[in-house]
Design a protein around this ligand. Sequence first.
Ligand code: FES
Ligand SMILES: [Fe+2]
Length: 385
Amino acid sequence: MDRNEQLAVGSRLLGHIDGRTTDLADALFRNKVDAYSSTERAMRERDALFRALPLFMGLSSRLPKPGDYVTEDVAGMPVLMTRGTDGAVRAFANICRHRGAPVAQGCGNARAFVCPYHGWTYDGQGKLLGVTDKVGFAGLDLGAHGLVRLPVGEKHGMIFMRATPVQESESADIDVDTTLGAMGLDFAALELNTYPMFSVDRVTPRINWKFAVDTFLEGYHIPHLHRKTIAPYFIGNCGTFDGAGRHGRMCVARTSIDGVRTLPESERNFRPHVIAIYQLFPNTIIVWQVDHIEIWRAFPDRDDPGRCEVEFSLYMPADSERPAAYWEKNRDIAIRTVMEEDFPLGERMQIGFESGATEEVIYGRNEPSLVHFHSSIRSALGVAA
Ligand code: FES
Ligand SMILES: [Fe+2]
C-alpha cells in the first residue's frame, strides 16, 4: 500500500471502530464440507489451481546470490529453482533425464547439479553437461536432454512459478503484472525486494490446505480463539476488505490505532497500527506486519485431501538494527499462535468435515475475505458449488 492508500484504509478502520461495524460481503455464503474433504474436489484443485496457475514461491531474497537454489514439491511436481550466474531465476522439474532421480536436494548454492543416482551433471541453466559412461550412452543428444523447464517470473521482489512444463509455443516467462492484476500497485509500493529472509519453517497439519488459508481470512475469531494470546492487541471482528481479481486484501487494526485519531492527516502513520493480510490466489498469505513480512503458503497433500503442507517464512527489513533475538521472538509468536491455537482446532474441524454429519459451513457477511476466496476457487474450478 502506498501512503494514500494507507491513510484511506486507516480512516475506514477508524470509522468501523466508531460505528462498531466491519466491511461486509453481499450475502452469506454456504460451502459444502466436501470442498474440504472430497478426493475428487482435491484432484480438480490440483489440476486447475496448483498445476495450471502461477504460484507465489517466495520473495526474491529466497535466492539472493547467483548459484543459489531451492527444491520443493508442488502438488506432485518436484521443482528445482535456481538463480543463474546471469542473475535470472529459472525453474525446472527436479527430475534427472536418465531415470528420473531428483538432481538436487534441499537448498544451497551450486555451480552444477550432479544426479546422486549415476552422476549425470547439469548446469544452473538446466543443460545436461555430461554423462558418466560415454560408451553406454553414445549417440545421446545431450542438448535435447536438459532439465525440463517450468515457467517463472520475478518482479517487485516476488518470484512466481507454474508447475506445468513450458509448452513449445509458450514463453518461459510468467507475466507478473498480469498475475497480480490490480494488486500489483500495492506490491510495488511494499518494496519487498528490501526484505532478506530470516527464517523458514514447514509443518504438515492434518487439515485441508484451504483451511490453512481460511485461518488468516477473518478477524472474527480473534477475541474468542486467541483470547489468551493475541486478542488484547487487536480489534476483533473489524476490518476492511478489497478484492482485486481473485486476490484480496484484508486490513485489521491493532488497539494502538486509537493514538492516531488526534493527529492531523499529514502526521498520521498507520503502519504500526494496521496489519494488511494479502490473499494471493490460490494458496499464499502475505502479512504486512508492523515492521516485517510474514508469509504462509499452503500446499495440498499428494494423496489425502485432509492433509497439507504449510510453509511459514519471516522476512525482516534489510536496514534493521534489531538483534536476531527480536525476529526470533516474532517468529515464535506467529508459529505458536497458528500451530497451537488455529491448526489444532482445524484438525478437529477436519474430522467433523469427514464425519459426514453436516453438509455445509457458512461464511458470514462479516467474513468477506472468506467469501471472496471460496467464490474465486469456484470460478477458477468452473463449479457452481
Ligand atoms: S537417474 Fe540421474 S544419473 Fe541416473
Ligand atoms: Fe487465528
